[in-house]
Design a protein around this ligand. Structure first.
Ligand code: GLN
Length: 280
């Protein structure tokens, strides 16, 4: 089948067929994970032979990828905002699209000691990226799933951001502070009947992190409504949503009394986040 690193890459690239449009890259990432080396190693030492153990581990992981398992689950990690995050099947794999939410939050006119709440934090990607960039912000991250809380805590500890508080809470249920200067969330927003849910990598992610009732609006609208009680005067709500949901989210936020409601596009030019300010 294969003996050397170069042969292993060729073989693996041919195994993925329809599951991946990045077959070569997937093969590289899995091989580097197995041999614990940096990328340049593959091209500096293409004729190096895999050990029997490495070859067997590699075959097993390639087989999992061929069945559609996401690369992030195979290697247990995904980079977001240039930071490493542990991932597991209990929550969403951080998406590059969500980096625009972080960038938008960082551009808001907030005080050095701003209080920030991240709802449905999952891996902690948003909350921890914000805390990394603004170490003096008081960041709280919540998730309703205990395993996600544990994962976010692990990432917090790995990233050495002990100031971030992680709590188990179903949206605002366990929150007892009412003066947040910024509330952010990337809630589930995909329509439960969306056909993409049965295709590709999302099949391996939990429905709880992906889908919501009311054509995907149930959690977005719930958060927009409830956040009013938890925002300080002049505080901001910033929500990620689907690329076709911007108009409805803006209308809802205006109807709920938010000011300066605006949508921001992601790096793929899709409407991705909407923010509004609670009146002073
Ligand atoms: N943007 C993600 C996707 O398309 C969904 C993220 C979410 O539901 N919050 O898979």
């Amino acid at each position: 089948m294969f003996n050397t690193l170069a042969e292993a890459l060729d073989w693996a690239s041919s195994q993925f067929g329809a599951v991946s449009d990045t077959a070569k890259l997937d093969a590289e990432v899995i091989l580097l994970h197995v041999i614990h080396k940096q990328r340049n190693h593959l091209y500096t030492w293409p004729d190096e032979r895999l050990t029997v153990q490495q070859a067997s581990d590699f075959k097993q992981l390639v087989a999992q990828r061929a069945l559609g398992k996401p690369i992030a689950h195979i290697v247990g990690e995904r980079e977001f905002w240039s930071l490493p995050f542990k991932v597991n099947p209990t929550t969403l794999i951080p998406r590059p699209d969500t980096e625009i939410l972080v960038e938008t939050a960082l551009n808001l006119p907030l005080a050095d000691n701003a209080k920030v709440l991240d709802l449905g934090t999952g891996t902690g990607a948003i909350a921890l990226s914000l805390a990394y960039e603004r170490p003096s912000w008081q960041v709280t991250a919540v998730d309703k799933i205990a395993e996600a809380v544990a994962l976010a805590e692990t990432n917090r500890d790995n990233l050495k951001l002990p100031q971030v508080e992680v709590l188990q809470s179903d949206w605002f249920d366990a929150i007892e502070e009412y003066d947040f200067n910024l509330i952010v969330s990337n809630p589930p927003y995909i329509d439960e009947d969306d056909e993409h849910l049965s295709q590709g990598d999302v099949r391996f992610e939990p429905q709880s992190a992906l889908t919501a009732g009311m054509q995907g609006y149930a959690d977005l609208f719930h958060i927009a409504q409830a956040a009013r009680d938890y925002l300080a005067p002049g505080g901001y709500l910033l929500l990620e949503h689907g690329f076709e949901q911007a108009l409805s989210v803006r209308q809802k936020m205006i109807e709920l009394g938010y000011e300066a409601v605006a949508t921001v596009r992601d790096f793929g030019s899709n409407d991705r986040c909407t923010l509004g300010r609670w009146p002073r």
